[in-house]
Design a protein around this ligand. Structure first.
Ligand code: NAX
Length: 327
């Protein structure tokens, strides 16, 4: 047994919290030999519900779970953390525009970024799930100047997994046989789900499926709008699949991406692929397993793909502009 890893989850009493917590406690991020301490953060009105989640976690008697802390104080939650999931935020209300949501949730991430800066380990990895996750990540990162920017990322793993699933179903094969789709841009419906570098059973996906119109007219909008389709079907937003993706994202950071494959993560742009420096943008990345990531270089776009990606980059720039006073 190695020493315990300290993991904080904000929004611990929410839907995604409920799905992700048992999986972290069961060792799915750090492996079967690493105990975990879970620190759950909520707003004061949700503390009672959070205590209930804590009781249920206790009742699982997970062999790896060393301690559960429930709190409404970010500095208690983030103290000495190795991994922080920023999940908690307000959902979009009726009639709210995307920019209203950005303004509503932005201040949560200034305060939480500052608390991370003050009390977390300097090596902590922070993964932002709460929407709009790219821009919330940018805000948190800017408020934690003592932590390397590379330690912040936002989640597009769910979109990546949705792309894998759509390609597998269309090709009539198993999810395992699909490698290397890419989500470029924002975690929003402007994202560009790119199939042109993906493979299915070792063959290029484009050739295997052989129907360009399907990629452009079905695959792209299905992946972009999958969240909405889940809400329509279930009456609630994706939680099980979002939690699963958040496990995958952290698993890749701490265990590496398999040889010959990449995943998609929204990380700070270094100017790669013409994305303005500093934007938190989804790219194909590889991970070594030490918490670091690298943007895959040298991939080509078709004119169609470049146009799609540019639309998403423009949206990210507008979001950054909308929160410039919070950066
Ligand atoms: P829920 O509304 O079920 O839970 C959110 C929880 O966060 C609530 O319990 C609330 O009390 C808590 N919270 C609010 N403000 C907080 C604060 N300042 N500190 C701590 N906790 C706080 O939402 P859920 O379905 O769990 O979704 C959480 C977030 O994930 C939302 O912003 C949602 O839009 C986002 N998503 C992001 C996805 C992605 O791929 N990046 C996909 C799934 C999901 O839609």
């Amino acid at each position: 047994m190695t020493s315990p890893k300290v993991v904080a989850i904000t929004g611990g009493a929410g839907q995604i919290g409920y799905s992700i917590l048992p999986r972290i406690a069961a060792g799915e991020v750090f492996g079967p030999d690493t105990p975990v301490i879970l620190k759950l953060l909520e707003i004061p009105v949700a503390l009672e519900a959070l205590e209930g989640v804590g009781m249920e976690l206790e009742d699982c008697a997970f062999p790896l779970l060393k301690e559960i802390v429930c709190t409404d104080d970010p500095e208690v939650a983030f103290k000495d953390c190795d991994l922080i999931y920023l999940i908690g935020s307000k959902p979009r209300g009726p009639g709210m525009e995307r920019n209203d949501l950005i303004r509503e949730n932005g201040p949560i991430f200034t305060g939480q970024g500052a608390a991370i800066d003050k009390v977390a380990k300097k090596t902590v990895k922070t993964l932002v799930v709460g929407n709009p996750c790219n821009t919330n990540c940018l805000i948190a990162m800017n408020h934690a100047p003592s932590i390397p920017d590379e330690n912040f990322s936002a989640m597009t793993q769910l979109d990546h997994n949705r792309a894998i699933a759509q390609l597998a179903v269309r090709a009539g094969t198993h999810f395992n046989e699909v490698k290397n789709p890419i989500i470029w841009g924002n975690h929003s419906n402007t994202q560009f789900p790119d199939w042109t570098h993906a493979s299915i059973q070792g063959e290029p996906a484009a050739a295997k499926i052989g129907d360009e119109a399907w990629f452009k007219e079905v695959f792209i909008p299905t992946v972009q709008e999958r969240g909405k389709a889940i809400i329509q079907a279930r009456g609630k937003s994706s939680a099980l699949s979002a939690a699963n993706a958040a496990i995958d994202h952290a698993h890749y950071l701490f265990n590496g991406t398999p040889e010959g494959t990449w995943t998609s993560m929204a990380v700070k742009s270094d100017g790669s692929y013409g994305v303005p420096e500093g934007l938190i943008c989804s790219f194909p990345v590889t991970c070594k397993g030490d918490g670091s990531w690298e943007i895959v270089q040298g991939l080509e776009f078709s004119e169609f793909g470049r146009e799609k990606f540019d639309i998403s980059i423009q949206e990210l720039e507008k979001e950054r502009e909308a929160v410039k006073d919070l950066l």
